[in-house]
Design a protein around this ligand. Sequence first.
Ligand SMILES: NC(=O)c1ccc[n+]([C@@H]2O[C@H](COP(=O)([O-])OP(=O)(O)OC[C@H]3O[C@@H](n4cnc5c(N)ncnc54)[C@H](OP(=O)(O)O)[C@@H]3O)[C@@H](O)[C@H]2O)c1
Length: 245
Amino acid sequence: MKLIGNTILITGGSEGIGLELARALLPDNRVIICGRNDDKLQRAKAALPGLLIEQCDLTDERQRNALVARLLASYPQLDLLINNAGGKQPVDLLEGDDNDSAMARDLALNFIAPAALCNALLPQLRARPRAAIVNITTGLVYLPKAEQAFYCAAKAALHSYSESLRWRLQETSVEVYEVLMPLVDTQFHLGQLPDSVPAISAEQAARLTLQGIRAGCHQIRPGKSRLARWLALLAPQRGMRLVNG
Ligand SMILES: NC(=O)c1ccc[n+]([C@@H]2O[C@H](COP(=O)([O-])OP(=O)(O)OC[C@H]3O[C@@H](n4cnc5c(N)ncnc54)[C@H](OP(=O)(O)O)[C@@H]3O)[C@@H](O)[C@H]2O)c1
């Protein structure tokens, strides 16, 4: 897909990979980002003049619907939806009683919110001559990390949904991309970046993502994510040991 002259929504674009995507796309496109924290949004706008910001907690259905209504009113010509916002809750699956709220939060942010945005914005995207949905998942879709079990399960659901959506939209003007991110050095890890696997930078993650989209590659597996896929197929036990250390 051409990445010039589009109107683009990047969820969770106020820091990390989303902010680097915004930085790279802004010179040639109209870019809207959203996030919960207004300070972060304002900082992003100060760093990238011309960036459009929308405050929204995507896990709150009312706020999400209000965001969609504002987008439909202000930017009816949306060409690209990048479902990037995500987060993870640490869990110990042996402590089952304590895990329900982590499970609900991980599913709400990493699966329900992006799928609901697709549902809500698809009519608008389909009205465009060329449009795309980009869902950001993770290489952990192939080899899940037990201490992030609900995050991995939610991203696996988004992976499966992306496949279905791509299949169903194949005769339409809307392309569906999935980016299975490897380890990326961002706030996502809350200062506890695992040292087992080398992380790529957020700038690098954004660059490889946009390179893949420009090349029309619908499943983009930067860095070690490709290896995770092969390990899951050829040596799954070894892969699970590597990921779960
Ligand atoms: N970093 C990695 O190693 C890695 C690996 C694989 C996949 N990924 C995926 O890549 C994507 C981006 O990750 P990242 O590393 O850039 O994360 P990040 O640096 O933590 O940034 C997350 C972004 O999402 C926003 N966000 C979080 N919860 C939200 C909510 N409820 N509603 C709206 N916005 C929300 C945050 O802003 P607010 O806090 O202000 O809401 C922030 O802008 C995520 O989907 C993540 O799962 C990351």
